[in-house]
Write a protein that binds this ligand. Structure first.
Ligand code: ADP
Ligand code: MG
Length: 454
């Protein structure tokens, strides 16, 4: 087995053992640098990683490798700062955006194009279309066929792992692979913000803008992270305008529609709303089956139908999880080709499957509502009449009632012993507004989606 393949198997196993965030922190920029006799040498980006990995994960990693190749008996860690790929300079602004970056972490693909920042693996050809995303797909395709002139900007939103990055990169790949030599640039919002902040600090805003001027198609992923970053918003507003005026195509993705991004300057919001806004939602069972089958085909692999159906009916959260579940089975299959059956699949996929602990609960509702509105949790309980707090508080009360069937007095107690008529008022108000006000309906739906998708 190739070093790389071996390492991929370890990474896949490790993902089952630790949280996504941990995984991203400790395994980013690691690889097998050498395999000699019984020893495997793993290169890590810094001393911190080395210490942590060797103390915490040595056993699991060794076992995983040993299971695959039983000549392996020892691991060693070596520090290779080179491996710390272009992680942006630390600035406060990027802290949130880093979360997006973690989401984005793709450990199996580093074939990113240096000019465009696009990953060639994202294409329209391998994008599955169903009722959950057909509008977004159609809009993306239209933009790729006539950049700058069909929908500008194109704004695609939806929850994590639903194919936004895939779709917006497909547009970029299609355009840049065509003969017309259009210049495409893909940027995560982290990169955008870092670029702007660095330019401001070093007094080189003009250069920064000049570097974007020749671009025909600008793609910014996860633009919601620009929320609250005023300087970045201001500069991006100018960048946006100057490209837009020249009929250059702008494509944006976000986890929510523009009107639900908190602390977004209104002039920027109206720019975002000025083109086409489309959403991607969750694939249904049939589509999940199609996705699994096409991914299997892509990888030239096979699994019994009953297993594919089992995955499709149980892994419902998003396409990324679906892929993750499939990959962990395929890795197992590679190691133990004769042994894959439904029992094994059930065991292996435990971590992907909806558990009773996954359902909504009090903590989750409070946490999700606060996060959605960019508030600290304690502020939700603050006895204030400020509109930016009252509304989220009412939404939280509404959801506690609607989703958890809490009694009004119980909700009142949770909110510092308020009179329960206040809670009834909040519930009725939101309930009615959800019927009448599509912005609120959208917000409540997005919040619910998050509560239930963990
Ligand atoms: P998002 O940006 O919305 O969080 P991604 O685009 O990163 O989601 O998708 C997560 C994973 O699922 C990627 O590997 C992507 O290729 C795959 N994926 C998502 N949607 C589809 C789809 N409709 N067809 C095929 N693969 C998909
Ligand atoms: Mg994404």
């Amino acid at each position: 087995m190739e070093n790389n393949e071996l390492w991929q198997s370890v990474l896949a196993q490790m993902q089952l053992h630790i949280s996504k965030a941990n995984f991203a922190t400790w395994f980013q920029n690691t690889e097998i640098s050498q395999k000699a006799d019984e020893k495997v040498i793993i290169s890590v980006p810094n001393a911190f990683s080395k210490e942590w990995l060797s103390n915490k994960y040595y056993k699991v990693m060794l076992k995983t490798m040993h299971d695959i190749d039983n000549t392996i008996r020892e691991l060693e860690f070596t520090i290779n700062p080179q491996a710390a790929r272009s992680f942006a300079p630390k600035i406060q602004d990027v802290a949130d955006a880093e979360r997006a970056n973690i989401e984005q972490l793709k450990f199996d693909e580093f074939k990113v194009n240096k000019d465009t920042n696009l990953n060639p693996r994202y294409t329209f050809e391998n994008f599955i279309v169903g009722s959950f995303n057909e509008l977004a797909y159609a809009a993306a395709l239209a933009v790729s066929e006539n950049p700058g002139h069909s929908y500008n900007p194109l704004f695609i939103y939806g929850g994590v792992g639903l194919g936004k990055t895939h779709l917006i990169q497909s547009i970029g790949n299609k355009i840049s692979n065509e003969g017309k030599k259009k210049k495409v640039r893909y940027l995560s919002s982290e990169k955008l913000v870092t670029g702007i902040v660095t330019a401001i600090r070093s007094n080189s805003m003009d250069q920064f803008k000049a570097s974007l001027a020749p671009i025909d198609v600008l793609i910014i992923d996860d633009i919601q992270f620009i929320a609250g970053k005023n300087k970045s918003q201001e500069e991006f507003f100018h960048v946006f305008n100057s490209l837009y005026e020249k009929n250059k195509q702008i494509i944006l993705s976000s986890d929510r529609p523009p009107n639900a991004i908190p602390e977004l300057e209104s002039r920027l919001r109206s720019r975002f709303e000025g083109g086409m806004i489309v959403d991607v939602s969750l694939p249904d069972y049939e589509t999940r089956l199609v996705i699994l089958k096409s991914k299997l085909q892509e990888k030239g692999a096979k699994l019994p139908d009953e297993i594919i159906e089992y995955i499709a009916s149980n892994v419902k959260k998003n396409v990324r999880e679906l892929e993750g579940a499939l990959n962990s089975l395929l890795i197992y299959q590679k190691i133990n080709p004769a042994h894959v059956n439904l029992e094994i699949a059930k065991k292996l996929l435990k971590s992907f499957i909806f558990s009773p602990f996954d359902v909504a609960n009090y903590k989750k509702i409070i946490e999700t509502v606060s996060k959605f509105y960019n508030l600290e949790e304690k502020n939700l309980f603050h006895p204030t009449r400020r509109k930016e707090i009252v509304r989220p508080r009412q939404v939280a009360m509404f959801l506690l009632r609607k989703e958890l069937k809490y009694s009004f007095p119980a909700i009142a107690r949770k909110f510092g012993g308020k009179d329960h008529t206040t809670v009834i008022y909040a519930y009725k108000k939101i309930n009615q507004e959800v019927e009448e006000n599509s912005k609120l309906t959208e917000e409540v739906n997005l919040i619910k989606q998050r509560i239930y998708s963990g």
